[in-house]
Design a binder for this molecule. Structure first.
Ligand code: SAH
Ligand code: SF4
Length: 363
């Protein structure tokens, strides 16, 4: 079935129903998909432009108190060797990013709420801010925390936070998590992030068992209704040492998940317009040019890995994570070539904040 011009127009002008968004997410004809991507790219040009912003990502620890059923570093996976980078190593990686003109970093890791951990992150943030003269932008991705912790880390210099809802459908959320990880707590954490003043990022996993195109359409409407500033979402990929592998492995279709991931980027760009959208590394795990395809489908952010090479193999959330044996300098050169190849430029030394955030806070 060819793409319906009314459906595309409705997505663009914010009047699309969940059924119409699901229709776009269900396109299969390559020409139709190309048209969807081109429409999203036109919206991207109009709203955020074609400058790609980098967030160097430091995956500093795989110690986690949670047991998400899909994740390779979940607490119950005893096959993982646990590590936590030192404060010096984190600061060093951050300063490497700063000197490489990346503009911003993301500090990501397993979830912990204990007081020594909260202090540790606070100290690292204060040092990064001081040693970069306040110039390096910092995003955190450290799971659910109390409002007080979010506030302390904000005061120490972090100004964006990524916390995926994983699925906006309450029942599906529960199929992805043990009973003790609740949907309501996740929603409350997203609201606390906003209260604390962060640019709030969320996202979902795309293509996990039981999820339909209508669920994904609802996810896009959830991002809109929550007035989200940044989107970080990516295809679900099986990790064999997880409970979900038992049900997900047989039907896992990497190519289909990549296509769906790209369609989600395009539909999200059409509907949300001026938010930052990351081309997730998981796209590249499924296709060597996955992140460039993400940019061409409407994403405007890339998160190059700046973790020291020796730690990379222990931070495997899913199978087939790319660039495990590369170092950060190699990643920089490789990305520059990839971005040149699609005719975009890199916003070196800029924070590249979400224009949506600027608008919602100036109201
Ligand atoms: N502990 C933090 C940050 C690290 S996990 C948190 O959970 O927010 C970051 C993201 O990795 C998660 O939000 C999840 O969406 C993604 N992830 C984990 N396992 C995955 C898998 N098997 N496939 C794709 N994405 C996965
Ligand atoms: Fe921990 Fe995040 Fe993995 Fe869940 S997704 S187990 S919180 S690292």
């Amino acid at each position: 079935m060819p793409i319906n011009p009314q459906t595309l127009a409705a997505a663009r002008n914010g009047t699309a129903t969940r059924e119409q968004l699901a229709e776009l997410l269900s396109l299969t004809d390559p020409a139709d998909i190309a048209e969807l991507h081109a429409a999203a790219y036109a919206t991207k040009k109009e709203t955020v432009g074609t400058v790609v912003h980098f967030r160097g990502i430091v995956e500093f620890s795989n110690v986690c108190v949670k047991d998400c059923l899909y994740c390779g570093i979940r607490k119950s996976n005893t096959a993982v060797e646990r590590f936590t980078m030192t404060e010096d190593e984190i600061v060093e990686a951050a300063l490497w990013a700063f000197e490489s003109e990346y503009g911003s970093i993301v500090i990501q890791g397993g979830e912990r709420q204990d007081a020594p951990f909260v202090d540790f992150i606070e100290r690292a943030l204060l040092r990064i801010k001081k040693e970069s003269g306040g110039k390096l932008g910092v995003t955190l991705s450290l799971g659910e925390q109390s409002l007080e912790t979010f506030q302390r880390w904000y005061a120490a210099g972090a100004h964006r936070y990524l916390l995926r809802i994983e699925s906006s459908n309450r029942e599906l959320y529960q199929t992805l998590h043990p009973e003790t990880h609740t949907y309501d707590e996740r929603i409350a954490a997203l609201s606390d992030l906003r209260t604390a003043g962060y640019q709030v990022g969320t996202g979902v996993m795309i293509g996990f068992p039981g999820q339909t195109a209508l669920d994904l359409a609802d996810d896009v409407l959830f991002f809109r209704d929550q007035d989200i500033d940044m989107i970080g979402m990516g295809p679900y990929i099986v990790h064999e040492q997880t409970p979900m592998a038992a049900t997900a492995t047989e039907d896992f279709d990497g190519e289909a998940n990549l296509d769906l991931g790209l369609k989600m980027i395009a539909v999200t760009r059409l509907v949300l317009r001026d938010v930052n959208i990351a081309a997730a590394t998981a796209l590249q795990a499924l296709n060597p040019t996955g992140r460039e395809l993400g940019l061409q489908a409407g994403a405007n952010i890339i998160m190059p890995n700046i973790t020291e090479t020796k730690y990379r193999s222990a931070y495997q959330l899913y199978n087939g994570k790319p660039c495990l044996d590369e170092n950060s300098t190699m990643c920089r050169g490789c990305l520059q070539r990839r971005i040149d190849s699609i005719g975009e430029t890199i916003g070196f030394n800029q924070w590249g904040d979400s224009p949506h955030f600027a608008k919602r806070t100036s109201k």
